[in-house]
Ligand binder design. Structure first.
Ligand SMILES: Nc1ncnc2c1ncn2[C@@H]1O[C@H](COP(=O)(O)OP(=O)(O)OP(=O)(O)O)[C@@H](O)[C@H]1O
Length: 654
């Protein structure tokens, strides 16, 4: 049906109002322009539209704060789904009288106070209402619409008798749990004289007025006050006695349970012959005593969760979660996906543990499915996943430790100081090859379930690692599907690409763009904006280098550290040409990764030499390993052993 002129503008204004309330960086950057751009799914984050009208607003787990006004949603006449689940929003509950099409409302896990809006009782299409884990007070409205099949008002401060409507009475008692003053069926709590409890406080009165224009109907406590109060007092005493007996029973049960659990644990220990475990029972510290970050340690119970580390290859399973919990650990850094630690296990091997946070809401099964995809990827230039751990509170990924650190440190570490270890041209070229091959493998072997998610998604120099054998290892691949979109959008490299910024769309070619930026970081020795955390300065290398080429300051493009190697200049220029193609603003103009691999491999490797004295040393460092080609690898993929430890590891014996 045609809409009254200007109605859309009201929705837009209301959305801008919400945006101002949230004061959220991601929303500020994302909610711009037209809110319902046709039916374009890449419109504003969290919105779904139909015929130019908002039908869904889903903003979950985003840490949104602010006080929402009671009339915040009156403009959304076509709204069917509203979820603000798990944020820190507050205010009295909104009035939904104007949202007659609303079928799912989820305001759970926020800080809303005042009464449950009575307007909800008039919504004929409402099928699911979740307002649990808020600070709501007073009685539950008399919901009686047959559409309502799910309701959760648990964990609030609601009070009074649960109305005896058929709909409310057919719900399980858990829907009403943990509300101190709520009574009557379907809960087992008998209604007593709770008059004083139900007296709304003055603040509530005011808020109730703001939230709901309807006057509160006669409440249960009013009915129960007066003549029958003596009877009620007796009833209350009996009720109290009943509570005390129930409490004692629960305590007894708890003691019994503890005893049994202890016996069970002892049996488990015996079975495992784990005399050592006795010492560590109840030892809850993951990755030991030397964490350099101040973050709370994970609360995985060692005994409860033992054996829940899932290994990708059984031959790696020489340790269990208990060993990990006992290991001494050191913080390596904090990334998008959480904190990363290095844990030294008793058998002296070292593993890297990533504690995941800010994940999308997903079940254990979904998590496992995603991890199985990652675990199946296998290439000499990809950092392999060793194992993972999943529990409700804790999700861990375990990797091999790459001894020689990351590419960012190789390029930029110790610049201008005596400690600086030169990073030679041949080693840089070799790194470029290793990354290109890994990326080609990912692009061939990753089925794109979500076309808006590039196979790597977060290619940058801190995610390129070097192991003890000088192998180039690409890390952090294919994790985008685990992390929640707002967090990904704030931190992942692919979200900085020209196409995401202008069209909010991404593809495999977005990885190609990130690879171009990485090549430029290798060639120029400049800190790339992609490699630095948001807010820290770095250069938008693709933009910078186009300008440098246009304005002919070519002499300034290459890193001084490699520019002196005259015999390498042809290779540098060719690699620069590859980088420039990858950097094209338009994804269609960028080459496919296979073409890039071919071009990079065709760049001739030359000995690193600046002058005569260098040659003798550098020949031994690079040549044989660099000249390894595809023919030497049965799989057609070459491990990139480009440099000896002298170059990379700090053996500065030259
Ligand atoms: N397996 C590993 N071996 C050695 N160092 C590692 C390993 N994994 C990560 N690191 C290093 O630990 C640090 C933190 O890594 P993390 O992946 O948490 O963050 P990041 O790479 O800086 O950012 P992002 O989360 O965006 O990838 C980085 O310096 C990274 O190079």
């Amino acid at each position: 049906a045609p809409l009254p002129f200007g109605y859309d503008a009201e929705e837009r204004d209301a959305l801008y109002g919400l945006k101002a309330v949230f004061e959220n960086k991601f929303i500020d950057g994302n909610w711009t322009g037209d809110h319902c751009n046709g039916n374009d799914p890449s419109g504003w984050f969290g919105l779904r539209c139909s015929d130019g009208r908002v039908t869904e607003v889903v903003l979950e787990n985003m840490g949104l704060k602010g006080v929402i006004k009671p009339d915040a949603f009156v403009a959304f006449g076509e709204l069917q789904v509203l979820s603000l689940h798990n944020n820190s929003l507050s205010g009295t509950m909104m009035n939904f009288a104007a949202n007659q099409k609303l079928s799912r409302l989820d305001l759970s896990w926020n800080g809303f106070h005042g009464p449950v809006s009575k307007s909800l009782a008039s919504l004929e299409k409402l099928s699911s209402l979740k307002v649990d884990h808020n600070e709501l007070t007073r009685e539950i409205p008399a919901f009686d619409q047959t559409s309502l099949v799910t309701l959760d008002v648990s964990n609030n401060n609601l009070s009074g008798e649960i109305p005896s409507t058929r709909v409310l009475q057919s719900l399980p008692p858990g829907s009403f749990a943990n509300n101190s003053g709520l009574c009557g069926p379907p809960t087992s709590r008998v209604c007593g004289n709770f008059g004083h409890e139900d007296e709304p406080n003055p603040g509530d009165h005011h808020q109730a007025h703001l939230a709901d224009t309807e006057a509160p109907s006669g409440s249960t406590q009013e009915k129960s006050n007066g003549k029958g109060s003596n009877k009620m007092t007796m009833f209350a005493v009996l009720f109290l006695l009943f509570d005390v007996v129930a409490l004692i029973a629960v305590l007894l049960l708890f003691v019994l349970y503890r005893k049994k659990a202890r016996r069970l644990k002892a049996m488990m220990r015996e079975e495992e012959g784990g005399a050592n475990d006795a010492k560590t029972e109840g030892h809850n510290e993951l990755v030991g005593s030397q964490l350099t970050t101040t973050e709370k340690r994970p609360s995985v119970s060692a005994t409860e969760e033992k054996g829940n580390l899932v290994f990708v290859n059984q031959e790696d399973s020489s340790f269990g979660l208990n060993d990990l919990l006992k290991a001494s650990a050191e913080g390596l850094g904090k990334g998008i996906f959480g904190n990363t630690y290095m844990a030294k296990l008793n058998n002296r091997s070292t593993v890297v543990v990533k504690r995941l946070r800010d994940l999308k809401p997903m079940t254990g099964e979904e998590f496992t499915k995603q991890l199985a995809i990652i675990a199946n990827l296998n290439h000499p230039n990809l950092l392999p996943l060793l194992a993972y751990f999943y529990s409700k509170q804790e999700k861990l990924l375990l990797y091999r430790f790459a001894e020689k650190g990351n590419l960012f440190d190789l390029i930029h570490g110790g610049r201008g100081s005596k400690e600086r270890i030169p990073f030679r041209w041949s080693a840089r070229l070799s790194v470029a090859r290793g990354i290109a091959r890994a990326l080609e493998y990912l692009h061939i072997n990753t089925k794109q379930t979500n076309t808006n998610s590039p196979p790597h998604g977060n290619l940058k120099s801190t995610n390129i690692l070097i192991d003890e054998n000088d192998m180039v290892l690409v890390a952090d691949y294919s994790l985008a599907s685990l992390v929640s979109l707002p967090i990904a959008a704030q931190s992942m490299v692919s979200f900085r690409s020209p196409e995401y910024i202008s069209t909010k769309r991404m593809s495999r070619k977005t990885d190609v763009w990130s690879f171009g930026c990485l090549l430029l970081e290798l060639l120029t020795g400049r800190v790339s904006a992609n490699s630095t955390p948001q807010g820290v300065n770095g250069v938008e290398l693709c933009v910078w280098v186009h300008r440098a080429v246009r304005e002919e300051w070519t002499a300034e493009i290459f890193d001084q550290e490699i520019v002196a190697q005259r015999n390498a200049s042809l290779g540098m220029v060719r690699l620069l040409q590859v980088a420039l193609k990858c950097c094209e603003r338009s994804p269609e103009k960028r080459p496919e990764i296979s073409e890039i691999v071919r071009e990079v491999e065709n760049i001739k490797v030359v000995a690193d030499s600046e002058d005569e004295s260098d040659v003798s040393i550098d020949r031994s460092l690079t040549d044989e390993s660099l000249s390894v080609d595809r023919s030497q690898s049965a799989s057609g993929v070459v491990s990139d052993r480009s440099f000896r430890s002298g170059v990379v590891s700090g053996d500065n014996s030259r």
